[in-house]
Design a protein around this ligand. Structure first.
Ligand SMILES: NC(=O)C1=CN([C@@H]2O[C@H](COP(=O)(O)OP(=O)(O)OC[C@H]3O[C@@H](n4cnc5c(N)ncnc54)[C@H](OP(=O)(O)O)[C@@H]3O)[C@@H](O)[C@H]2O)C=CC1
Ligand SMILES: O=C(O)C1=N[C@H](C(=O)O)C[C@H](O)C1
Length: 247
């Protein structure tokens, strides 16, 4: 499989390039970064791309790939329902491509999200704390947004209302961001990579579910799995769970 990496000089892109070079059955045919032309993908004969660029850049990259029948495995964050709808429409007009959007490619983070959704129905309180390096462009993280959505859906299904919170006065922002009714707190700390805690609480007990990406190599196996599976998955896939046998 001929693979190109977009964002190849970035923190994650560098690790993905190394992973693709070492992977059996894959050839790294192009390494693009800011300022390079997307036409290089066609010239290199890329069959699939991996995108770890920037939320402001990724939609144009994907429009080009979909138009040219190139599959895409996307780690870049910033996908809301409006962006996903745009991609579905573009893929509907060009059914030759597959696009996988995954807010987190590490297996530990995927399990952390799943365990959090499983636990959510049993606890009155729940909040999400995500901790990242201070060079991160977006807050809250894509992973935290997805976790909050999954927890909110599980609580709705279980008939739970809003988590209890008597706060009526104080400094704006002190209680974090509201994502689908779930509080999310974003820390930006030099020395960290990517970490998240989900803190749940009920009568006389708490449960904390924590995941730590200590090194960006944690994202590589998931991306390689996505590349191996995307050719047989036309259209839009959200979350690497779709390609994992977790049940
Ligand atoms: N899904 C997942 O598992 C993970 C997702 N991410 C996400 O991936 C994205 C990248 O993260 P990270 O590697 O830390 O960021 P970096 O800033 O280290 O890397 C991004 C790279 O992309 C380059 N770039 C920017 N715009 C373009 C463009 N239009 N075309 C090609 N290259 C471009 C940047 O260049 P320059 O520096 O010159 O601007 C930079 O080299 C973020 O959205 C992050 O949240 C990160 C880790 C895991
Ligand atoms: O920017 C990062 O570093 C990360 N971004 C992704 C996110 O926003 O969830 C995945 C991981 O948390 C690392």
């Amino acid at each position: 499989m001929k693979v190109a990496v977009l964002g190849a000089r970035g923190k994650v892109g560098r690790e993905i390039c190394a992973g693709v070079r070492a992977a059996e059955g894959m050839a790294l045919v192009a390494e693009l970064d800011l300022g390079d032309s997307l036409d290089d993908l066609v010239a290199a004969g890329a069959e699939a791309i991996v995108d770890f660029t920037h939320p402001d850049a990724v939609m144009a990259n994907l429009a080009f790939c979909i138009e040219h029948g190139i599959d895409a495995v996307v780690g870049t964050t910033g996908f809301d329902e409006e962006r996903l709808a745009t991609l579905r429409a573009q893929l509907g007009e060009n059914p030759g491509s597959g696009v996988l959007i995954a807010p987190n490619f590490s297996i530990g983070a995927i399990l952390m999200m799943r365990f959090s959704a499983q636990a959510a129905r049993y606890f009155e309180s729940v909040e999400v704390i995500e901790l990242h390096h201070p060079d991160k462009a977006d807050a809250p993280s894509g992973t935290a947004g997805r976790t909050a959505d999954l927890i909110a859906a599980a609580r709705r299904e279980a008939g739970l209302g809003a988590p209890p919170d008597a706060t009526s006065t104080g400094i704006e922002g002190a209680r974090g961001a509201d994502v689908d009714g779930i509080k999310v707190h974003s820390l930006r700390i030099r020395g960290l990579v990517a970490h998240q805690e989900v803190v749940l609480g009920g009568s006389g007990e708490t449960l904390t579910i924590r995941h730590d990406s200590l090194d960006r190599v944690s994202f590589v196996p998931g991306v390689l799995l996505g590349l191996r599976r995307i050719g047989a998955a036309p259209g839009l896939t959200v979350g690497l769970d779709a390609f994992l046998d977790l049940d």
